[in-house]
Each structure stands twice: as C-alpha cells, then as structure tokens.
Design a protein around this ligand. Structure first.
Ligand SMILES: [Mn+2]
Length: 316
C-alpha cells in the first residue's frame, strides 16, 4: 500500500523500535537515509539499528562512526532506498517479507512492503526523509543534517544530474544556513579523494572499455580474476559506472562486475534520452531512467551478448 507523509508520521511515531535496512553495495543515499532516520527516531525516543548486507566503506566514517545501534529483536522493520528485496543481500531471507515501511525514490520499487512511501521524483531518499522530518516537526540534529545532505549530494552527482530537484537545492540551502557543516570537505571526500588502488583502477579501467555501435554503447567488464590481478576488491568499484558515459557520443554505458563466480552485477548509465531503467527492468532489474542496474548469471561472454543485444535495440 502506498502511503503519504501523514501516514508515515503516524507509523513512525507509533513504532516501538526499528531495524533500518539499507541496500547492498551501500551508497551515500542509503547510508545517509539510514543514519538520518535513526537520528530522527532517536529524537522521538525510539531506538533503532541500521543494517546492511555489506560493510560501510570508510569514506562514510564521518556518518557511521556514531555506531549502527545496539543489537535487539526488532518489532519494526523499515527499508530505505531498497527497491527490491533482492538488494537486501543476506538479510533478504530474514527480513524480506517482513518490511512494514519502505521509504524509496526508485520508480521500479517492487512494492514489497506493507506500507511504501514512494516519491519517484525525489533526488534521493534523504530528500524524502528531510521533508518527512519537517512535516513531523522533529528536530534535525547536525549529524542528521550531515547524513541527509550527503545522500542528496551523492545521488545527484553533486547536484549535476537531472534528477536534481529544486527542493534538493533548497534543502542544501536550508542546511547551509542552519548548521555549521563543511560542504566542501564532504564533497571533496565523496567525489575527489581516491585511494591509490582506486587511482590505478581508474587508469586500468580505460583499457577495459569496449566500444560498440560506433561508441554509442560502452561496455566494461571486470571479473574476479581481473580484480585479483589488479589488486582491488569488489567494493572499490563503487562509483565507477558514470565513467562509462564520459566518452563523447556515448549514449549508454554498461559496467559489469563479477560479484561471485558466475554472478554479475550490471550497472547501466544513460547520457541522454535512453531509459536504462526500462532496459534493466526487462531483465529483472530496475532503477532510474539514467542510472539503473540488474544482476545476471552466466559466463562473461553470455552476459556481454545478452546485455548488448537488448541495449542495441534501445539505442537503434
Ligand atoms: Mn537513492
């Protein structure tokens, strides 16, 4: 059932305690939304714990170092930024069919929760949570503001992507006026600072890009073997997908990463008008019009052939 802000408010005010689930391969938005919501619940005197199938990268220490919350048997299960229970990773079997409230902005949300607060036009779930806190009249702490700003900044590519709403700019302005938060430092850490391994990876990445249809499609794949050779781990690839649409003339970029032997996580990016959410949805994934993803099993060749075949149709 889809709900609005007032029903979400009633739900949150009446929940006793909560586990907040974020998606696997966690990004700034789900981490910001998880820890931001935890702060808001704390203001209401409700304890909560943020969980994720994968570890949070140390880049987000400035948000996560408050601690994810103590262990307890939760009465309430909330998911943030999780469009599909598949994205819960190891928590899917435990909580997948028990989510009471899902707060999301993915148009492809599978409506798996009892109640879903879905705002497909929102830049980030953090934008929805900010609005919800304002609606509820709950105080937003400095840490909470930092969480929500980070989610909006990261999901909007630092206010560059066209998913960036006027509201996102307004929220950033309100946060800037009300709190002493160093946006420049956050954005430097989110968008500029790289580990040495990442620097090396990006230079190697150029060599991995294959051009199809006169460069309209870029396909780049990294297998577990290649990761081992370069000396990088799976999660160091976060945020690489936008590089696949940087080449002049490219319409669709596809980044394929082997997550487990024979299981590939595919990230699609669209430079202009091709809806990659539609492409991904046709093979069991989803996401946004310009940034979407799916998972496929097979050999690298099988995966490449399948993805290129379906993408060619969309590009033609
Ligand atoms: Mn998001």
């Amino acid at each position: 059932m889809y709900i609005g802000y007032s029903e979400a408010e009633t739900f949150l005010r009446n929940c006793k305690d909560a586990v907040i689930i974020t998606h696997q391969s966690p990004d700034g938005d789900c981490i910001g939304a998880g820890f931001g919501l935890k702060d808001i619940l704390a203001e209401l005197g409700i304890r909560s714990r943020v969980i994720c199938s994968d570890e949070f990268s140390s880049r987000f220490d400035f948000l996560t170092n408050v601690g994810a919350g103590e262990e307890f048997e939760p009465e309430t299960i909330i998911a943030v930024d999780v469009a599909d229970t598949q994205l819960m990773g190891k928590y899917k079997d435990i909580y997948g069919d028990k989510v009471q409230l899902c707060i999301d902005h993915h148009i492809s949300n599978r409506n798996y929760a009892e109640k879903t607060l879905l705002r497909p036009k929102a830049t980030a779930v953090c934008e929805i949570i900010y609005d919800l806190a304002k609606f509820m009249g709950v105080k937003i702490s400095r840490h909470c503001a930092m969480c929500l700003y980070t989610g909006i900044a990261t999901d909007s590519g630092c206010f560059r992507y066209d998913c960036t709403t006027a509201e996102a700019h307004e929220i950033a302005a309100e946060i800037k006026r009300s709190y002493d938060i160093d946006f420049a430092e956050i954005n430097r850490n989110m968008f500029e600072v790289k580990t040495k391994a990442r620097m090396i990876l990006e230079s190697k990445f150029m060599e991995l890009m294959e051009e199809y249809e006169d460069g309209k499609i870029i396909f780049a794949a990294i297998t577990l073997d290649m990761m081992k050779k370069i000396g990088v781990s799976y999660d160091e690839f976060e945020g690489l997908a936008p590089m696949t649409v940087q080449l002049e003339g490219t319409e669709v970029g596809i980044l394929v990463k082997e997550r487990e032997p024979g299981l590939f996580k595919c990230s699609f990016r669209s430079a202009n008008n091709i809806n990659v959410s539609d492409i991904c949805r046709s093979i069991g994934g989803g996401g946004h019009a310009k940034a979407a993803g799916c998972s496929i099993e097979g050999t690298l060749d099988e995966v490449r052939n399948k993805l290129l075949e379906i993408t060619r149709k969309a590009v033609e």
